[in-house]
Ligand binder design. Sequence first.
Ligand SMILES: O=C(O)CCC(=O)C(=O)O
Ligand SMILES: [Fe+2]
Length: 248
Amino acid sequence: MMFLVEMTLPGFKTKRVGALIARSEACRELALNSLINEVSDKYLSPYCDGYQLHFTSAVCIGPGESKQILHRDRGIWGGYLPRKVEPLMSTIWAVTDFTRENGATQIVPGSHLWEKDRIPTDNEIAYAEMKAGSVLLYTGTVLHGGGENISKKDIRTGIFLHYALNWLRQEENQYLSCPPEIAKGISPEIRSLIGYSKGGYVLGFYSDPSDKNAEYESVSPENMFTDRVFDEYSAIPNSDELVQKSTK
Ligand SMILES: O=C(O)CCC(=O)C(=O)O
Ligand SMILES: [Fe+2]
């Protein structure tokens, strides 16, 4: 199923398909790519004790699409995050070649360090030209946008997988896009990555609403799929630990 979304930022000749974890085994493998996960972990770890998959989309830019407005993806949180916190590590996997003619992503190297109002000159904008199978990495603070597709019939297709701090709300609601009845058929690693896990001691816990005796309270969502899971956060922390962890 494909959706044609008609708004300025998404574009008029751009098709987007989400819920890629539920829909695609190949995308699950991409999402778990070990090098990408190592980079996400290193890059985001100063701001969190874990990260999560935050957004999945196949984006096809068709002939005649105009260039997308340059933006920072961190804007989805409405500007409430202090600039010193980097919330996102994002990937675009090229399914087709990305060329200047077919809409290769515009990207402004170094713009994560700029004043937020600075507008790039044309020669500060680079284009992520790459062969199919390549991957572009950029962060939530880098200015970027889809490119203009001036080709006659070339459709540019990329798989977007974005990783965010585990204490932020995900852009794509993973629990609705990959509900428990589908999640139970996928690997524990990918389930955990999309959010069926706890962040720290309590973040993301659930209590089983069908458990009449209330035995399973405040547990990790992994308990939905397996017998009780104990993790490093199963035990109640002592008060010193709680104080330590309550602020940086
Ligand atoms: O399609 C692209 O190259 C970029 C799209 C994008 O940045 C977005 O939709 O937020
Ligand atoms: Fe974007």
